[in-house]
Design a protein. Structure first.
Ligand code: HEC
Ligand code: HEC
Length: 437
């Protein structure tokens, strides 16, 4: 049986800080802030010792390198190995740099928004309980921020899969007017080419410095960092893959049975013999949000086709207009039958990432299960808004109250140890939201 990686992603980042060491005050401050946000004593101690005796650093470097190697070969319990592109092998130095870039708010028009604003490590790399994300100047987008945890395993990025890789994805938020709102990538390059700390970090990670640093180096470092934000080893993993009896409650065990059988959840949120990603990496139309364009589909699609010429146009259109957001996978494939299709999201750490669905319209796990159970409208049901694009095979489940409770209990067993605090906070929010219904 495979061992899970016991060290957490968050303390790992601090470990790398100690290992790669030597940032200037500015970067050190960012890093200290990141460690503080992580609220991990380990992380704080590690960061505080950054730059201390050389022997410590050499040892920390060894540990960090081993950690990266182990993570790639022998991932946490319940997860497969992470694959990486041939032109961007994961190294400790890139991860270290990527983490600092991820937390740097200077790469936004107001100097206030970083990747971590919407993908906050203390909130399981989301911005819950926001339904849709808030970027510069309080501007709201149209979609719920998915977690970055385990995005390394996805075969496409974004709810509509419009970007094929983490590298490609990472360049978009900088430019989107409702996210970080830079006019182009030049302001980023100005900072990373002139800032002394970044000079050393890019040199270590890529062997380039000054004018030789490009936005592709920035993207590669961000992606390398995201590739180690992987997290398994949940109570479910210990029970299902390591055979640990009692790791989950009897209710959750029954809930797993509902997940597989009566609930048919596993047909899209897939599980294999050796690991579970809980996503088929495919796109489906559950009918969520379709009411926003039901009466107006032709006009919305027509307008989209008029304005969306480049990849950047598409990014701006779907995040800038609530109706255009609802065309879903159509934005990529331009096939009518893909209207309203969105990517099956992973269910790992789902208890920590409320609210749910691409538009954040379902506030709690209970509401999600109830949605699948009753609200979801079969194609034939003329009493509901007809949704000609809804995926086949989707119909209300008719689960009993006990099955609903059990299934919800099962979903709560998918929390990794690193994100237990985030799950507690989110579940408290959810209890309140369910109570106030
Ligand atoms: C203003 C909030 C905001 C900021 C800032 C932001 N993101 Fe996101 N992120 C989102 C939202 C919302 C989505 C979903 C958008 C969509 O699917 O159309 C997303 C999607 C993603 C995804 C895809 C995950 C998946 O499951 O498909 C990744 C990876 C990601 N962001 C990484 C980053 C990185 C790296 C940065 C910084 C360069 C960043 N984000 C900045 C809000 C934000
Ligand atoms: C036909 C494929 C399919 C089936 C079957 C299915 N799901 Fe989903 N699931 C999806 C898709 C697609 C989304 C995203 C939909 C959207 O946002 O429009 C999703 C989203 C979710 C989310 C929210 C994820 C997030 O990060 O916001 C949860 C929770 C969830 N499903 C649980 C379940 C459960 C529990 C079942 C069984 C009762 C189930 N799903 C059955 C495809 C499916």
């Amino acid at each position: 049986m495979r061992r899970g990686v016991t060290i957490s992603v968050i303390s790992m980042a601090a470990l790398l800080a100690a290992a790669c060491g030597g940032p200037t005050d500015e970067a050190a401050k960012d890093d200290a802030a990141a460690a503080e946000t992580a609220k991990s004593d380990d992380a704080a101690t590690m960061s505080a010792t950054a730059g201390s005796a050389g022997a410590d650093r050499a040892q920390a470097t060894q540990v960090a390198i081993q950690f990266v190697a182990q993570l790639l070969d022998e991932p946490p319990l319940g997860l497969p190995p992470v694959s990486e592109p041939a032109d961007n092998p994961t190294t400790a130095e890139k991860i270290r740099l990527g983490e600092i870039l991820f937390n740097d708010a200077r790469f936004s028009s107001t100097g206030e928004v970083s990747c971590a604003t919407c993908h906050d490590a203390t909130k399981a790399f989301t911005d819950g309980p926001l339904s849709v994300s808030v970027g510069v100047n309080g501007l709201t987008g149209t979609r719920n921020a998915p977690t970055v945890i385990n995005s390394a395993y996805l075969t496409s990025q974004f709810w509509d899969g419009r970007r094929p890789t983490l590298e490609a994805q990472s360049k978009d938020p900088f430019l989107n007017p409702v996210e970080m709102a830079l006019p182009n990538h030049d302001p980023i390059l100005e900072i990373v080419r002139s800032d002394e700390a970044y000079g050393g970090l890019f040199q270590d990670a890529f062997g380039v410095t000054g004018a030789a640093v490009t936005i592709d180096h920035v993207a590669k470092a961000l992606a390398a960092f995201e590739r180690v934000v992987v997290s398994g080893n949940s109570p479910f993993d210990r029970w299902h893959f390591a055979g640990e009896e009692g790791a989950i409650s009897a209710a959750a065990e029954r809930g797993f049975d509902v997940f597989i059988n009566d609930g048919r959840c596993v047909s899209c949120h897939t599980i294999s013999q050796t690991h579970a990603l809980f996503t088929d990496n495919k796109f489906h139309n559950l009918g969520i949000g379709f009411n926003k364009i039901a009466a107006d589909t032709d006009r919305v699609v027509g307008h989209f086709l008029e304005i969306a010429h480049t990849d950047q146009d598409v990014d701006e259109a779907v995040l800038g207009d609530a109706q255009m957001s609802e065309i879903g996978r159509f934005a990529v494939s331009r096939e009518m039958q893909d209207i309203g299709q969105f990517k099956t999201m992973t269910l790992r750490n789902i208890a920590a990432t409320a609210p749910y669905m691409h538009d954040g319209s379902l506030k709690t796990l209970r509401q999600v299960v109830e949605f699948y159970n009753t609200t979801i409208s079969p194609l034939e049901d003329q009493n509901q808004t007809p949704n000609p694009f809804q995926s086949g095979g989707i119909r209300p489940l008719d689960l009993t109250e006990q099955q609903i409770v059990d299934l919800t209990a099962f979903l709560e067993t998918l929390t990794s140890p690193e994100f237990e605090d985030a799950a507690r906070a989110s579940l408290a929010y959810q209890a309140q939201a369910d109570g106030s219904e």
